[in-house]
Design a protein around this ligand. Structure first.
Ligand code: PGA
Length: 240
């Protein structure tokens, strides 16, 4: 495991974006595992800037981690909308190469299976991750058991409270989501977890130097041979 600490969030996001750029330039048809959340917004801003200066996404495939259940892709709070607003609408990534779980279907079992098919067909070269204050990755919430494949998850109160800032009121945050599972995440060839801010410091510490346990899903990343934690000083403050 590699840990890179930057003086501020800007430097951490820029470094993360350059890792994505390097992957895209090195591979003929790169597959990126993408994340949503406030931490990722500056990463996408940098990638859009890189695109304006010549970085092409025409041979890239993207696979997002998760989506809320019950929100149409057109809903402005959906992760479909997040990705369009912050990234997809500004780059030349082909429409049929963008994958996000469908949270607006009545057959969630079929949606999970369909997503696992996509994952099987497109092994991820670089997986971007954020981390929840409770140590979640994707929407794999702390629990006694973690699921390997794409599944439906009940969001914890912590996560609902954290994500309320993107909604008009906490009651409007969906209580369920569809998320890639831990096996699919750990199957990525390389993983880059970006965390900034003091609110993430404890989760970061437990993920990096704590015991590996399902109640801190990010601690399972210690099992991966090529994972990089990209942090600002605030997120790194509880590390030795
Ligand atoms: P955030 O979310 O970037 O909005 O803090 C990260 C996450 O929950 O994975």
């Amino acid at each position: 495991m590699e840990v890179r600490v930057f003086p501020d969030a800007y430097g951490a996001a820029l470094y993360t974006a350059t890792l994505v750029e390097t992957t895209i330039r090195q591979l003929s048809s790169p597959v990126l595992g993408l994340a949503t959340g406030g931490t990722m917004i500056p990463v996408y801003q940098h990638l859009v800037q890189f695109h304006r200066r010549g970085l092409r996404f025409e041979h890239v495939t993207t696979i997002n981690l998760d989506e809320y259940i019950g929100l149409e892709p057109t809903d402005r709070h959906s992760y479909h909308a997040f990705m369009r607003e912050h990234f997809f609408d500004h780059v030349d990534l082909p429409l049929d190469c963008r994958h996000i779980p469908s949270g607006a279907t009545c057959d969630l079992t079929a949606a999970c299976q369909a997503y696992d098919e996509i994952l099987r067909a497109h092994p991820i070269d670089l997986q971007l991750l954020g981390i929840g204050v409770n140590g979640h990755i994707g929407f794999n919430e702390p629990a006694d058991h973690l699921k390997p494949h794409t599944h439906v998850v009940e969001l914890t109160e912590d996560t609902i409270r954290q994500n309320a800032r993107f909604f008009d009121a906490e009651e409007r945050v969906p209580t369920r989501a569809i998320t890639m599972g831990l096996q699919s995440i750990l199957f990525a060839k390389r993983i880059v977890l970006l965390a900034v801010g003091a609110s993430k410091a404890q989760a970061v510490r437990e993920a990096i130097i704590g015991d590996i346990r399902t109640t801190v899903p990010a601690s399972l990343l210690q099992l991966h041979p090529q994972v990089t934690f990209v942090l600002d000083e605030a997120a790194a403050q509880q590390l030795p």
